[in-house]
Design a protein around this ligand. Structure first.
Ligand code: 5AD
Length: 369
């Protein structure tokens, strides 16, 4: 009996010591990331695998790094989703070519320009023009749209997919400042399975071209894709660091009912927060949006992301009807009644966590204002 009790005590002591040792090792790892902004793939995996109760110290470190290197301003970008036509057929995406349940729309150049003007009047300093890959918008049409929008003293971000070097160059010459193109995953095998007919190498070529042309370049990936490991996510973060991106968009994969991935379990909310935090620790001065997909999975999703390393919000300034049709995944939060109201609500949200809305263009902090 006494022997049995001793054995039990020994087990408890061993367990407590092991937990203590793990927590010291984790604190050490977080400190290393906070101070050096460098971690190996294995170290990143350890952070991504942290149990929920340890995460607050990871999130707090990411928040400190964000404050120190990117400041307290939250930059707002007005998002205009101008066409949901897409020639691609990505298995995860609701606006994929083969989704014939979706009603398609395309905004005319004058309407896009009017939306940008409205966003400028409401105080936005940047508009993001996003669409599926839609050949209706020829180089000339897009150049014209960009030139007109630049007259409102807005920074222009494009998020319109894979193009040739010359096309990217034409948009840059017309005045585009930034470009967003997520790599989606750095696991090439997974990429080719999920993005049939597309080439990972071409996507990487696009990102290289954008950097060469002097765009502020944003990339990013989804978290919780089928068969995506923590090691693969660690590779994704290291890819962003190697590329020295200026912006990183990270969001949970959310299965869409009208896509081939409809039955996949995809609720990686917490893992997305951890991934955001580690990305901030490794890329201290970049812009990181609190993505809409975070809000789709959790009512406080965007606020939580802002407190785990994010410093940008992209309120939707597309009208309600079109916004509904630009449905990449279910549960997308819809914009407020009007752009003015949406702006006010977002400003209040930012203030509620003791942060400020940025008054400048919000370029990567080194070059800010
Ligand atoms: N869940 C989450 N994010 C998605 N995206 C596309 N489909 C989904 C989905 N089902 C993301 C992709 C794309 C960005 C515009 O939206 O990462 O690059």
């Amino acid at each position: 009996m006494i022997f049995k009790e001793n054995r039990y005590m020994l087990f408890v002591v061993f367990y407590v010591l092991k937990e203590e040792f793990m927590s010291v090792a984790t604190d050490e790892l977080i400190r290393k990331a906070e101070n050096t902004h460098c971690l190996s793939k294995e170290e990143i995996v350890k952070l991504l695998a942290l149990p929920d109760e340890i995460c607050p110290s990871l999130f707090a470190a990411a928040d400190r790094v964000r404050a120190l290197h990117a400041g307290n301003d939250v930059h707002l970008r007005g998002l205009i989703e101008f066409s949901n036509y897409c020639k691609n057929n990505c298995c995860y995406c609701g606006i994929r070519r083969d989704n014939n349940k979706l009603r398609r729309y395309r905004m005319m150049p004058e309407t896009i320009i009017a939306s940008a003007r409205k966003a400028a009047e409401c105080g936005y300093k940047t508009v993001v023009l996003q669409s599926g890959e839609d050949a209706f918008y020829t180089i000339e049409r897009l150049q014209q749209i960009i030139r007109e929008i630049k007259k409102y003293n807005l920074a222009v971000t494009l998020s319109i997919g894979e193009k040739s070097f010359d096309e990217y160059k034409a948009y840059k010459e017309a005045g585009a400042d930034r470009y967003l193109l997520r790599i989606e995953t750095t696991d090439k095998e997974l990429y080719h399975r999920l993005d049939p007919g597309m080439s990972w190498d071409n996507r990487k070529r696009c990102l290289d071209d954008l950097k060469k042309l002097g765009y502020e370049t944003g990339s990013g990936f989804m978290v919780g894709l089928p068969a995506q490991s923590l090691a693969s996510l660690a590779e994704d973060i290291l890819f962003l660091k190697r590329l020295d991106v200026d912006m990183a968009g990270i969001g949970p994969f959310i299965p869409h009912p009208d896509t081939p991935l409809k039955d996949v379990e995809g609720k990686a909310f917490f893992l997305s927060l951890k991934t955001t935090a580690v990305t901030r620790l490794l890329l201290p001065d970049i812009n990181i949006p609190a993505t809409t997909a975070m809000e789709a999975l959790h009512p406080q999703g965007r606020i939580m992301a802002l407190q785990c390393g994010a410093n940008v919000i992209m309120p939707n300034v597309t009208d309600l009807e079109r916004c509904r049709l630009y449905k990449l995944y279910p549960g997308k939060p819809l914009p407020s009644f009007s752009i003015e109201e949406g702006r006010k609500e977002t400003e209040a949200l930012v203030r509620s966590i003791g942060r400020r809305v940025g008054a400048g263009y919000g370029f990567r902090s080194k070059k800010n204002q």
